[in-house]
Structures are given as structure tokens and as C-alpha cells.
Design a binder for this molecule. Sequence first.
Ligand SMILES: [Zn+2]
Length: 204
Amino acid sequence: MVRSHTFEEFAGMVKAFHGSVAPGIMIGGSMVDLALGCLPKEGLYDVICETQKCLPDAVQLLTPCSIGNGWLKIMDTGRFALAFYDKYTGKGIRVFIDPEKLGPWPEIKAWLLKLTPKKEQDTARLMKEIEEAGSEICSVERIQVAVDLLKKTKGGPIALCPSCGEPYPSGRGAICPACKGGVLPYGSGPRGGGRVNTRECTED
Ligand SMILES: [Zn+2]
């Protein structure tokens, strides 16, 4: 079981949301399960994912926390770990895959440590191990989050960027970060690519 779902149900949810039944999300489901089981039921928790790969989607599928509502943050250490913490006190726990517990689970170990090339991976055996192992491959440690450091920056007043003309929080500078450059991988700043007549996009 992953929260109130069977393994198969959860696999269906993952397929619909993520596009494929990624092993990382299936393991992530057990990690979320374990995390919530370690915390008092009545609390309100925020989440930090230490990787942007897969794990955030497990959190978004199984908890009210999402990137969009700000209750889920990604702080990319590259470790397959997540932290749940009380948003007021910062008290919480961190769940991670514990290499010392991977012995009985060779397929999971090979997947996590990339010991076998992906095309030689036995997906059926890997999924069976993930289902059987559940959260047995994880360890949990207590953490204290410095919530002061995570305080949401209030947006502040909005101005129209003198360069591109779009609204942005004026506290970000005299022109918007896009026009300042270095943020976007596509042309930013004074209109580069030319406008599209949106009527052509909506007419059939
Ligand atoms: Zn601008």
C-alpha cells in the first residue's frame, strides 16, 4: 500500500501524471508513506525534495504539497531524499535511501547506483522488488529546518518593465530579470522573435 492506494493503483496514478511508471516515483511513494507515518497526524507539513528527478512527483501525487503552492521545494543535492517538516516549528524528519539496506534488493541497488545500463534493466524484477521492499530500503533521521531562512519573500509592488513592457515585481531591479539576461534559454528582452497573431492559433 502507498498511502491508501494499492501498489497497482498508485502505478496507474503515476502513469497518468508522469507519463510512465518511473521506478523513482514508485519508491518515492513508499518514502512519502514512511515520512507521514513518522509524524503526528494533526501537523501541517512542508516538504523539501533533494532531487528534481521523480521524487517531487510522488509528493505532488500523495500530499497537498506542490511546487505551485509553495509547500514543496526542490533543493537539489542530487541525493534521493526528502524532508517533511512542520511549517511553523521547522521540526521534521528526513527520509533517504540507505545504501546499507540495499543488500537484499539487487535490482533496486543496480537502478539507484546505475550499475546496469538502462536497456539491460529488468523492469519487471525491479518493480517487484520496489513493491516488496516498500520503505525497508529507507532510513529516517530527525531534522530541524531553519524556517526563518525559508520565509516567503512578499512580492511587493508591481511595475511595467521599461524594456519588455510586461509586469514584474519592481523590487527585482530597474528592468525585469528576463531583460537583464542570463535567466531564460530563449530570446528575452526587447521583443526578439516577432509576435504571433493569436487568431491564427484559435481559428480551426
Ligand atoms: Zn523586461
